[in-house]
Write a protein that binds this ligand. Structure first.
Ligand SMILES: Cc1ncc(COP(=O)(O)O)c(C=O)c1O
Length: 363
């Protein structure tokens, strides 16, 4: 193509993000009825969204011809109540936490910038780095998928701009030890982005450290515990100086009016959040107990568990599950994950039972 040479260096080499499979795709491919398919590949909320959020979204459609407030102040106030941080420490994004990551990249990246990514982990950090002209620098996690501050700090140099730490980590489900994170925050003269997409399900909450460190940004999402993945809403808690600059470079009206209304209502619905967390707590135990005799199950603090099906291949086992109408996440596309890891979203009790039953006959 004549104009391809205009592309930013590195863009052609980016491997596309591999999303979890959709119900429509699997129904078509295997000739299954869509309502019989169990979707446990994208860590969504099997209980759905808060009914209060759905009602608020419907109500707001009546005024959809009007722009939303560009600073999403009312939602940020509600988030202030939820997080305990001031509004000036909170920013939001209309494309989920992916959008937050992208805007943070716009704030800090330049050509030749390096971004440290402990792998295996969420794939979008790598894509966002390359798409913003940077170079990802990978550090392997240990056999239990823990990070080592020492190994990360060894990779820091004058070009390092950002370090991504996912806690609980996707796909392994483990959290980062606060001491290790503190070592990184104190020694690395860079921005540390802690991705807490799954922290609502965990005892480990690192957001509190934003009060202590001027180089820490913590990303969160409405896609998981709040069941609003389809709305695409993310937020971050960060030092005031970061939020001030963030508000300048984000796309105007970044969060749409329906999302703002839904988000405020979802934050108020403590009952739905409580039920969601209880379902995950019980479901993790159910899945772990049901699967331990079949394969290695990793401990998880998220709304999913990771299993190792070796000597079988994750691709082969996932495919057998797909044929039975169960969508899980084959982790082979996660850099550094090898070929035998599968991630399973915690579903309802009934869905979990079906997964255990299916895996028992496959493995
Ligand atoms: C660790 C992690 N971070 C961020 C995201 C993106 O979330 P959002 O839907 O808010 O873009 C995901 C989505 O699965 C995730 O697993």
């Amino acid at each position: 193509m004549r104009f391809e040479k205009l592309l930013r260096p590195g863009v052609k080499e980016i491997k596309e993000y591999v999303p979890g499979k959709s119900i429509e795709e699997i129904a078509r491919k295997y000739g299954l009825a869509p309502d019989k398919i169990i979707k446990l590949g994208s860590n969504e909320n099997p209980l759905g969204a808060s009914p209060l959020a759905v009602a608020a979204i419907k109500e707001r459609t009546g005024k959809i011809h009007l722009y939303p407030p560009s600073d999403a102040l009312e939602l940020r106030k509600a988030l202030s109540g939820y997080t305990g941080y001031q509004v000036n420490n909170i920013v939001v994004s209309g494309n989920g936490m992916d959008g937050i990551i992208d805007t943070v990249m716009r704030l800090f990246m330049k050509a030749s910038a390096e971004v440290i990514i402990p792998i295996p982990t969420f794939l979008y950090y790598e894509i966002a780095t390359l798409a913003n002209g940077g170079t990802p620098v990978f550090v392997n996690r240990d056999e239990n998928y823990n990070i080592s501050a020492k190994e990360i700090l060894n990779k820091v140099n004058e070009n390092t701009k950002l370090i991504f730490i996912c806690s609980p980590n996707n796909p392994s489900g483990n959290t980062v030890q606060e001491e290790e994170l503190r070592k990184i925050l104190e020694s690395a003269k860079t921005i540390v982005f802690v991705d807490e997409a799954y922290a609502d399900f965990s005892e480990c909450n690192l957001m509190g450290l934003v009060r202590e460190y001027e180089n820490l940004i913590v990303g969160r999402t409405f896609s998981k515990a709040f069941g609003l993945a389809g709305m695409r809403m993310g937020y971050a808690v960060a030092p005031e100086w970061v939020c001030r600059e963030y508000m300048k470079v984000m796309t105007p009206f970044s969060l749409d009016a329906l999302s703002i209304a839904g988000g405020i209502a979802a934050l108020k619905d403590k009952e739905h959040l409580g039920k969601t967390i209880e379902n995950v707590n019980k479901g993790r135990i159910q899945l772990s107990k049901g699967l331990t005799s079949l394969c290695k199950v990793y401990p998880s603090e998220a709304n999913f568990i990771m299993i190792d099906v070796s000597p079988r291949k994750a691709g082969e086992v996932s495919e057998s599950l797909l044929k039975r109408g169960i969508i899980v996440r084959d982790c082979t596309s996660f850099r550094g994950a090898g070929e035998s890891l599968i991630r399973i979203t915690v579903g309802t009790q009934e869905q979990n039972r079906k997964v255990i039953e299916a895996l028992s006959s496959i493995i």
